[in-house]
Structures are given as structure tokens and as C-alpha cells.
Design a protein around this ligand. Structure first.
Ligand code: NAG
Ligand code: NAG
Ligand code: NAG
Ligand code: NAG
Ligand code: NAG
Ligand code: NAG
Ligand code: NAG
Ligand code: NAG
Ligand code: NAG
Ligand code: NAG
Length: 371
């Protein structure tokens, strides 16, 4: 299956630019292709998070989707979505990445086919022709493209798509791994007015959403049991132990992706989907700091001047530079607790698990369905 997929994917790479011109043949692309720690303090909306955390997002019992299910079936035509909260871009955003649907680049892990639909909360219409940038860590917790991680010249598990007439983008990747201080997540940044370049990258535009996607803890636990996730050396952080998860939840917006397991064999992977409500005219450029930019000549590090205004840092309004590896300069941390020993940000406790990770077999979600 993997071989066939990669052969077809390679054949389709040449079509990428044509796809952009002709619109976005989403169906074609689709065919190619227990820990329990203490909740973190300073939640923006702990109550909202609890509601979604206690909901089972495994839709295997409810729907009979496969990789050839049309996106219009997955996303019903009368979509609505609550405004998705903005969150921090984090220190691993890289600009200038390739426009491509399959971002796997041979990274080992459980395949995921992620469909994201974007809805304009002002009109309830799909957001079309918008650049959507995603990136995430590999199974053992490393990002590409960044100096202190896999290196400036690597691009795995990063890529950009353009929303189609249903406001949908489709990505093929692997389930992300974890790293210090964070639960498993995928970063998403969208921009309006960007320009697609002849070399398959993009330039400019205005960032109108900065978000992160999360997964059911049960599913995370099951994946972490499997190779190569089970060779990840970093301490684990659960959804409730991650200080940013609640930042992304509201009473009306559920930050966890829906999914089905494509078979009882984990190697067949998952089909996942989520609807994101955005304010298309918003401007978050000042919060979209990139750690590096990928050029023809290779990746180039930036010295991002991070602006955390509006985010729930204990200091409220931190501005400064983040350099690699893991050093902050120019921030005023005076009066805040020191950096946590387990990683993360000053002012937030160490994300040390208080219980051993639960052993979760690959299977249907056992948690009571509450949605
Ligand atoms: C969806 O919207 C269309 C057009 O506005 C309407 O005719 C249809 O009844 C709606 N369907 C549902 C399920 O609400
Ligand atoms: C993840 O990336 C790191 C850095 O490139 C690499 O050493 C590691 O082998 C990768 N993990 C897997 C499972 O391939
Ligand atoms: C959308 O963004 C614009 C520009 O920043 C702002 O004026 C407007 O109030 C925002 N709308 C919503 C619903 O947040
Ligand atoms: C793509 O083209 C732009 C504009 O010429 C250039 O700056 C950039 O380095 C190119 N990127 C790649 C990966 O070739
Ligand atoms: C990235 O690749 C370019 C072009 O091959 C090379 O000049 C540059 O030194 C490389 N950078 C790193 C950090 O390896
Ligand atoms: C920081 O971000 C806030 C919110 O977007 C913005 O109002 C402010 O101007 C930014 N500050 C700097 C120094 O860029
Ligand atoms: C945040 O920083 C901005 C720009 O320096 C300043 O105008 C604002 O008053 C600060 N807000 C808080 C809560 O400190
Ligand atoms: C950052 O680097 C400076 C100089 O190397 C060092 O003095 C400082 O302790 C480092 N800060 C952190 C938070 O690691
Ligand atoms: C952050 O780095 C930029 C570029 O090097 C520099 O201009 C700016 O003064 C730095 N800001 C702080 C707070 O250190
Ligand atoms: C740093 O923050 C502390 C406490 O908020 C404040 O008293 C101090 O003046 C700040 N220092 C600078 C250089 O802004």
C-alpha cells in the first residue's frame, strides 16, 4: 500500500502546479494517496477543554468512510463553525515551504490522511483559494527545517496546500510524535492573498489564523505504543498536562480532530478531519514569527522577535527573541518562576507525568461517547 501510494504520489508531483491552475482535484489527491497528569494552571478555558476531552472523536461506529469518501460527504454542505481561537505559533514555523499534499517524505509512522475545512465565521461560507501551512514533529519528536532540530535543509512533515471550492485542504502525513512539554499536535497557519511561485512555493500574504490541532488521548496512547513512537526518548505530556491545549478550546469550538481507523491494522492509518472557523480579514502577521525560511539555497535561520501579546503567559505581554537551541533573549522574565526543568516556558510548571503512560491497544475508542 505504501509503495503504491508513493509511486502514485511521485507521478502526481509533476501535476502539482497544474492542479493549482485548474483548481484543486481533491478526489484525485485522495486517491493517490495514559498519562494522567495534573491539569495545568492558567487555563484560558478549562471547562470548555474538559467537555471536548471527554468526547470520543472516533467516528468509526457512526460513519462508514474510506479514503474514497468524497470530502462533501465528510463536510456537509451547510457547514458552520465557531471561531477557532488563535494560539501561539511556537518556535518551529518555517516559511517558504513547498505546496504539496503529501508531506511524509519517507518519515516512519502511522499514516494519516487529514482533511481540514475552513469556514468564514462571518459568512458561514467555505474559505476558498487560501494558503494553508501545516507542520509537526516526527515520530520521535523532531521538527525539520530548524537549526537545533533536524537542520535547516530538511523539509519533512511540512507543506502548504490551497483550499478548494469547498474550503478543504487534504494532507497525507504521519501521526505526529511528542517532544518536551507538549502533547501531540499539528500546527496550522493560514494566509490570504499569498502568491504561488513557479517553483512550487509561495510568498507574501497576510496570516489570518494561527492554530494547533489535537487528538484524543486514547488514540495518542495507542500510537505511542507502536514503533517507532515507542522509541521516542522525550518525556510525555498528556492533553490535560499541556498548557496550550485549553488555549484552543471554547464552549463552541472543539480542537480535537474526528477520525476513523482505516482498518484493524495500524499501518493502514487513519482518516482524520476537522472544520476550522476563521475570520478571513484578521491580520496576525505580527504573531506569525518564523524560525527560518526555506530558500533555493537552503534554509536560513531568522532571529524571531516573538510577540506573545494576548496569550495566556503569566507575564501577559512578553516580547523578545528566541534563539536555538532553546534560549530566549530580550524577554523580561523578572518576577516569573524559572524555566521548568522538563522544558516548556517560564511561568508554567514542568510537564512531568504523575503516572506511567497507559498501555492502550490499537482499537475503537472505549471512552463513553458524549458528543
Ligand atoms: C442546506 O442548505 C441548502 C441551501 O441553503 C438548503 O436547501 C438545505 O435544506 C440545507 N440542508 C440542511 C441539511 O440543512
Ligand atoms: C526524526 O528526526 C530526527 C532528526 O532528523 C531523526 O534523527 C530521527 O531518526 C527521526 N525519527 C524517525 C522515527 O525517523
Ligand atoms: C475580523 O478581523 C477584523 C480585522 O482585524 C476585525 O475588524 C473584525 O472585528 C474581526 N471579526 C471577528 C468576527 O472577529
Ligand atoms: C522559490 O522562488 C523564490 C523566488 O524566486 C526564491 O526566493 C526561493 O528561494 C525559491 N525556493 C525554492 C525552494 O526553490
Ligand atoms: C543547505 O544546503 C545548501 C545548498 O546545498 C548549502 O549551501 C548549505 O550549506 C546547507 N546548509 C546547511 C545548514 O547544511
Ligand atoms: C504584538 O501583537 C499585538 C497583537 O497582535 C499587536 O497589537 C502589537 O502591535 C504587537 N507588538 C509588536 C511590538 O509587534
Ligand atoms: C503590552 O505591550 C504593548 C506594547 O508594548 C503595550 O502597549 C501594552 O500596554 C502591554 N499590555 C500589557 C497588559 O502589559
Ligand atoms: C541563554 O544563553 C545565555 C548565554 O549563553 C545564558 O547565560 C543563559 O543562561 C541562557 N538562558 C537560558 C534560559 O537558557
Ligand atoms: C530581536 O532580534 C532583532 C533582530 O536581530 C533585533 O532587532 C531586536 O532588537 C531583538 N529584540 C530583542 C528584544 O532582543
Ligand atoms: C521587567 O519586569 C519587571 C516586573 O514586571 C519590572 O519591574 C521591570 O521594570 C521590567 N524590566 C524591564 C527592563 O522592562
Amino acid at each position: 500500500m505504501t509503495n503504491l501510494r508513493s509511486v502514485v504520489a511521485a507521478a502526481l508531483t509533476g501535476l502539482a502546479l497544474l492542479n493549482l491552475v485548474l483548481g484543486h482535484p481533491a478526489q484525485l489527491l485522495r486517491q493517490e494517496r495514559g498519562i494522567s497528569d495534573k491539569p495545568m494552571i492558567a487555563r484560558r478555558d478549562q471547562e470548555a477543554l474538559d467537555k471536548w476531552i471527554n468526547t470520543c472523536h472516533d467516528q468509526g461506529a457512526a460513519v462508514d468512510y474510506s479514503l474514497s469518501t468524497p470530502e462533501t460527504t465528510i463536510f456537509t454542505s451547510n457547514a458552520t463553525s465557531a471561531l477557532t481561537p488563535e494560539t501561539i505559533i511556537g518556535p518551529y514555523f518555517v516559511e517558504g515551504e513547498f505546496i504539496r499534499s503529501d508531506i511524509t517524505e519517507g518519515q516512519d509512522g502511522i499514516p494519516i490522511h487529514l482533511d481540514i475545512q475552513f469556514i468564514d465565521v462571518n459568512t458561514c461560507e467555505p474559505v476558498t483559494d487560501m494558503l494553508v501551512d501545516v507542520w509537526h514533529a516526527n515520530a520521535t519528536g523532531y521538527y525539520s527545517g530548524v537549526e537545533s532540530q533536524a537542520g535547516l535543509n530538511t523539509t519533512f512533515l511540512r507543506g502548504v496546500q490551497v483550499t478548494d471550492h469547498d474550503g478543504v485542504t487534504q494532507f497525507d502525513s504521519i501521526y505526529p510524535g511528542h517532544y518536551v512539554g507538549r502533547t501531540l499536535h499539528i500546527h496550522v497557519v493560514t494566509r490570504r492573498g499569498g502568491q504561488i511561485l513557479p517553483n512550487g512555493t509561495y510568498t507574501r500574504g497576510t496570516v489570518n489564523h494561527i492554530g494547533q490541532l489535537y487528538f484524543d488521548q486514547e488514540l495518542n496512547n495507542a500510537v505511542e505504543e507502536l514503533f517507532p513512537y515507542n522509541t521516542n526518548q522525550f518525556p510525555r505530556t498528556s492533553n490535560v498536562g499541556d498548557f496550550l491545549t485549553a488555549d484552543e478550546a471554547t464552549a463552541d469550538y472543539d480542537p480535537f480532530v474526528d477520525y476513523i481507523r482505516l482498518s484493524d491494522d495500524a499501518n493502514d492509518g487513519l482518516l482524520m478531519w476537522i472544520t476550522i472557523g476563521i475570520n478571513t480579514t484578521a491580520d496576525y502577521d505580527s504573531l506569525a514569527m518564523a524560525a527560518a525560511h526555506y530558500y533555493k539555497e537552503g534554509g536560513k535561520s531568522n532571529t524571531p522577535n516573538f510577540n506573545f501579546t494576548g496569550f495566556p503567559f503569566p507575564g501577559g505581554n512578553l516580547t523578545g527573541n528566541f534563539t536555538f537551541p532553546g534560549n530566549f533573549t530580550g524577554f523580561n522574565f523578572s518576577g516569573l518562576p524559572p524555566f521548568p526543568a522538563g522544558g516548556g516556558f517560564p511561568g508554567f510548571p514542568s510537564p512531568t507525568p504523575t503516572a506511567a503512560p497507559s498501555v492502550q491497544p490499537w482499537g475503537p475508542c472505549l471512552k463513553k461517547r458524549e458528543a
